[in-house]
Design a binder for this molecule. Structure first.
Ligand code: HEM
Length: 152
């Protein structure tokens, strides 16, 4: 079970990053003057879905399966002292939770923008921020807590 959820969580990372790129590309396009519809609006929803699925599998790992977060929950005070436990229980999960919020912020600010051009600019800025947060919190193989790019 642990291995299967890790595998899903690992592959979902690629789905999430592709959705990030798609959302940024469409948010960077100019708005058409003959419509109020924002270009590639559906990508916002796909990105939210991707981050939500990542969150769901992350929570299953966090509260059910991960050996690292189990150690952290058994001894919260000691978790900060161990770099690996700290990374998984605080840094990775915390930053990824922040990315979920920034994707929501992008959507809400765009929906409440006074003009489509402003909505588009807000989407672009917040999707770039979300992507930067995600990229910074992924356990890339070259990091000390690195994980494989692809799991089989
Ligand atoms: C965009 C969001 C996220 C991305 C891109 C992401 C990415 C990853 C990746 C690539 C791994 C390594 C998987 C492997 O070993 O093959 C991982 C592991 C993990 N993630 Fe995430 N994650 C995200 C969100 C979250 C969230 C929100 C949580 C917690 C609530 C979380 C908790 C974990 C845990 C506990 C592990 C595994 C540690 C272990 O080996 O036991 N992740 N994540």
């Amino acid at each position: 079970m642990y291995a299967n959820v890790l595998l899903i969580h690992n592959w979902l990372r690629w789905f999430t990053l592709i959705m990030c790129i798609g959302a940024i590309v469409y948010a960077a396009r100019p708005v058409r003057s003959d419509t109020k519809e924002l270009p590639g609006n559906a990508w916002d929803t796909y990105l939210m879905l991707a981050v939500d699925l990542q969150m769901l599998t992350g929570l299953i790992l966090y509260f059910g399966l991960s050996v690292f977060t189990k150690v952290a929950m058994e001894n919260p005070a000691g978790a900060w002292g161990d770099p690996t436990v700290r990374y998984w229980s605080v840094l990775h999960a915390g930053a990824m939770f922040a990315s979920l919020l920034t994707v929501r912020v992008a959507r809400i600010l765009a929906l409440n923008a006074p003009t489509p051009a402003i909505a588009q600019r807000r989407r672009l800025i917040w999707f770039i921020i979300s992507t930067a947060v995600i990229l910074s919190a992924v356990p890339w193989p070259f990091l000390s807590n690195g994980r494989p790019l692809f799991r089989f």
